[in-house]
Design a protein around this ligand. Sequence first.
Ligand code: HGY
Ligand code: MN
Ligand code: MN
Length: 400
Amino acid sequence: MLATFSDVEPPAVTRIVFSEQDLRARSWFKQLCAEAGLATREDAVGNTFARWEGARADLPAVATGSHVDAIPYSGKFDGVVGVLGGLESIRALQKSGFRPARSIELIQFTAEEPTRFGVGCLGSRLLSGALTDSVDITLRDDSGDTLNAVRTRAGFGGDLAAVRLAENAYSAFVELHIEQGPLLERENTPIGVVTNIAAPASFLVTIEGQGGHAGGTLMPGRRDALCAASELILEIERLARSSGSADTVATVGTCEVYPGAINSIPSRVKVGVDLRDIDGGVRNRVLDEIKRAAESISQQRQVQMQMEMLNADLPASSSPHVLQAIESACGEMKIPSRRIVSRAYHDSLFMSRVAPMAMIFIPCRDGVSHRPDEYAAIGDIASGVEVLARSLAALSIDVT
Ligand code: HGY
Ligand code: MN
Ligand code: MN
C-alpha cells in the first residue's frame, strides 16, 4: 500500500520529502498508528512519533523506527521495512498480551534521503543536535525554497530548535532495515546484527572553464569544464579503488552541465560526490587526496574548481547491550544471525549520538537497493519483525 504513494509508475517508487505523495504516506501511517492505539505526535520538521505507553512512563522509552521517503526511481523496502515493521512488532507484542515497563516509541524520521535538501538524515540530525535550526533558512531545494518555506507549506510550522530531543529521551534505539548489500543472501543468513555504520561524506565540486562555439573553437587552448570534470570523476574512482580499504566507496551521482547545448563547449559543471568508509580516518585521507587531485587538474586545464562540503560525518558503533538483546532474540527463535557492518547510512547513525543503538538487517535480493527491483521476501521481513519485537520487549523490561 505504501508503495502506491509514489510519483512514478510501479515497480519504481519516488516519494520525495514533503511532496504530496509523502504527505499522503504520512497520514496513512499515522492512521495505522492510531488504530493500534498509539499516541502520535509530529515535531516541527515532521518527525512522527507513535508511542505505546508503558507502566513506567516516567523512564526513558525504548525507540525504533526508520524512514518512508524514497529517492527517485527506487524501491518499496528501503526504510519502509523499519517503519511498518516497527509498527507490526508493536502490534504483535500487544496481541501477545505483553505489557512494556518502559514505553516503546516508533519514529518515522523526516528526510532520511538527501534528495530534496542535499543532506541525508535531516530529521535525525535535528533530533540529535547534529544540525541546528540555522538550516531552516540555509537549506534550499532545487526550486530555491528554504526548508522553512517547504515544511511550513507542508503543515509543519513551529520552532525548529524545539526538535532537538531532551537528554536521555531514549534508553535504546533499534532500527530494522534491509541490508542494501549481498552478504546475508549470499550466506543464506536471515538476520544481520549491525556493529558499525559507515562514515558518509558528500560534497559538490563546481568546475568553471571557458565556454564557446563547438565548431569555431579549435582544440588547443580550450578550457572545457566537462572534460576537466570527467578527469576528476575518473580520478575519484581510482582513489577509492586504491585506498587500501575494501570499505572505501565513492560515487559521483549527479552532474549538471552548463549551458548544456550539444554545440556549445561546457563552461560550468557541478558534480555531486558521495564518499564513505567504515573507518573515518581512511575516508578523510581519500577526501584529502581528492582535493589534491582537483587542485592539479584545475592547474593543468586552467579551470577553477570549488568544493562545497555538504556533510562529513563520523561513523557509529552499536552498543553492546543492544547488540546482546538482538542476538538473544535470535537465540530464542533459533534463527541464524551474523554480525555485519552497514555501508549505507541510516537514521541510526545519528540516533547513536543520543541513545545506545543497534540495527537489525534482513537480506534483500541480489543485494540490490535504490532501484525499482529492490525486494525483500515476506518470510525475511517476518523474521526481522519478530527479532525486533523480542528485542524491544527485552529492552523495555530492563528498568535498571
Ligand atoms: O545513502 C544511504 O546510505 C541511505 O540509503 N540514504
Ligand atoms: Mn536509502
Ligand atoms: Mn534507508
